[in-house]
Design a protein around this ligand. Structure first.
Ligand code: PRP
Ligand code: URA
Length: 208
């Protein structure tokens, strides 16, 4: 299994165009992000360990599949919340943790302001949700916190990533798996992904 996967299909490409467009209204932005999150969740599900089960149809017993471990979704506040709906729809049994991180706009380093996760992370499949993987500081810090809490199997779901961020996260944590819908050119002098979509949290929550 590759540690870095770009998920793509024609609907993702259409929806990325809505996200990038600065004229897209907040409601359409949220819907496009939600639809991409569904595609990413479906794609990364091939990384989730399954087990065989028996299922009784009205006619006979046959074989089926079940997710083998507990799923813990961890959106990074705020913008990560925008991916929560799609992931919870597709993984309704999931527990949810939350990590609050805010980038210091000068140093670009993340500041932690909230941390609460379920207890049993050791055996869980943890999935971090954050639409923007820019310098990678936020995701890398989140992985460190979750590993301290015992997490061993961690997947990162992002919408747009920068090469700098992907390299940093895989350098700091070579064992994690990153899924993204777009791998953009790089970062500007303010640490924004270019061409990117601007500030994801502000566009999702209308705080521009
Ligand atoms: C954004 C984004 C990521 C982070 C990415 O959050 O949602 O969490 O920046 O940047 P990095 O890869 O350089 O760490 P931000 O700090 O703006 O907070 P917000 O979600 O509350 O808007
Ligand atoms: N956070 C965002 O919301 N957008 C970026 O481009 C970088 C960090």
């Amino acid at each position: 299994m590759e540690h870095f996967t770009i998920v793509s299909n024609n609907l993702i490409l259409r929806d990325l165009t809505y996200l990038r467009d600065k004229h897209t209204p907040q409601r359409d932005f949220r819907h496009a992000l939600d639809r991409i999150a569904y595609s990413i969740c479906i794609s990364l599900s091939s990384n989730i360990i399954m087990k065989d089960v028996e299922v009784e149809t009205p006619l006979e017993v046959t074989s089926g599949k079940k997710i083998a471990s507990e799923i813990v979704l961890v959106p990074i506040l705020r913008a990560g919340l925008s991916m929560g709906n799609a992931f919870l729809q597709l993984l309704p049994q999931a527990k949810m943790g939350h990590i609050g991180l805010k980038r210091n706009e000068e140093t670009l380093e993340p500041i932690e302001y909230y941390y609460k996760t379920p207890q049993d992370l050791e055996t869980a499949q943890v999935i971090i949700l954050d639409p923007m993987l820019a310098t990678g500081g936020s995701v890398s810090a989140a992985v460190t916190f979750l590993k301290r809490g015992g997490a061993k199997n961690i997947i990162i779901a992002s919408i747009i990533s920068a090469p700098e961020g992907v390299s940093r996260v895989l350098n700091d944590h070579p064992d994690v798996y990153i899924y993204t819908a777009a791998h953009d050119r790089g970062l500007n002098e303010k640490g924004y992904i270019v061409p990117g979509l601007g500030d994801a949290g502000d566009r999702v929550f209308g705080t521009l």
